[in-house]
Design a protein around this ligand. Sequence first.
Ligand SMILES: Nc1nc2c(ncn2[C@@H]2O[C@H](COP(=O)(O)OP(=O)(O)OP(=O)(O)O)[C@@H](O)[C@H]2O)c(=O)[nH]1
Ligand SMILES: [Mg+2]
Length: 474
Amino acid sequence: MVLGGITDGLSRGVESAMSGVSEALFEPVIRLGVTGLSRAGKTVFITSLVANLLDRGRMPQFGAAPRIEAAFLQPQPDDTLPRFDYETHLAALTGATPHWPDSTRAISELRLSLRVQPSGFFGGLIGGLTGPRTFHLDIIDYPGEWLLDLALLDKTYADWSESTLARVAQRSEAADFMARARAEDAGLKLDEPCAQALAASFTTYLQAARAAGWSDCTPGRFLLPGDLAGSPVLTFAPLPKPNQTPRGSLWREMDRRFEAYKARVVRPFFRDHFARIDRQVVLMDVLGAIHAGPTALEDMRRTMAEILGAFRPGQNRFLSTLLLGKRVDKILFAATKADHLHHSQHPRLTAITEALLREARDRAAFAGAETRAMSLAALRATIEETRDHGGETLDLVRGTLLGTGKQAAMFAGLLPEDPNHLLGPARKGEARWLDADYSIMSFAPARLTLRPGDGPPHIRLDRAADFLLTDRLG
Ligand SMILES: Nc1nc2c(ncn2[C@@H]2O[C@H](COP(=O)(O)OP(=O)(O)OP(=O)(O)O)[C@@H](O)[C@H]2O)c(=O)[nH]1
Ligand SMILES: [Mg+2]
């Protein structure tokens, strides 16, 4: 038994070392992280990206496309991660009655392998000798909220409680939780049902806050507990600090669980997944936030700044030790769902996205990572239309409405040329936009008849792929 166990372990060690060597030498792996806050468009992005990498007819701006001889899906390398359910999501988007895929909110992975002819003169020369190379593109979909948890690592339970309570106190969604938290004397002996009720109330607040459009909904795993549901690592909540915190008190136990959440949930995610990412896409529903109003836009700005902290490892001791100098070398910031806007307004949407991120970018320039902002639609659900409106031309988009199935044309409002016309009022905490009205209709995915060789219709997915992949597919 014991011997068998040892030899088994040994031979497996050799095997995995060998496969590591052969992968590193002959079959390079690019690990592409795709993240964003909930509903940012991650699932649709990955599904359409993969479909358009498999069938590259609509990828004219993807520089490496002509050199790709074959693209195919393969079993992923990580046996314990859920597989990104590409086939189901694609069937939802491109079936006879197209609909948007279900919300996912957990981590998943997909491996797409590409057989690529080497590039350039020398590449051609080498290619003549060695032929095409296989690259593995491992795409990892994970919730942006999980990155917010990085900030928890530097906080004690007392710090976290204080800042969280201060931030949520004024929000109507938190009224019930705040009343409970204030009424609690955390210096008293722990009573488990009471701890559970507090955690449940805090979770209800987080869910309501997310539904109301707030972005700062942490701890991330409270919203998607998976198999941790009901376990002590998720049974804590922020509380006002009592004067005395004796052993066995509610406060001490909450403190211990907060630390367990950091050690057992947050750190493993960064160690096992985040630290292995080479390239990153950060998706943002900027239009949705503009539509929701100045507070939502300001909240998105603040939350993105916090999320992006994870890409400045110098700021965080745990992360710098973990990464040992390795870093994500390209980050794409993409404003999604740009098919709600006529293309003439896309540069403005991109400028707003850039301005939203400016502060976070300036602060550290992401430790040398190359960054780019872009407006895109992973799945184009509209067509453009120009109408005459009282002597003026109006640039609209037309699509099928989600609720009724009826056709409708929409003018989402004119985005300002100067992003500060939006970001200024947002920062000042204005209740609504004064001189403009930004409306958004929810469109259903259009029914498609795809020509052989074409992926689903999109806006600028080819440019996104070009920025993220072409230089690595050499
Ligand atoms: N018009 C349009 N809508 C989009 C596009 N991409 C996403 N959406 C809309 O945004 C919603 C959310 O997209 P998902 O891809 O599911 O977002 P997600 O980030 O995976 O969301 P979670 O899994 O809930 O975190 C979809 O249900 C669509 O309504 C797009 O390219 N065009
Ligand atoms: Mg998703």
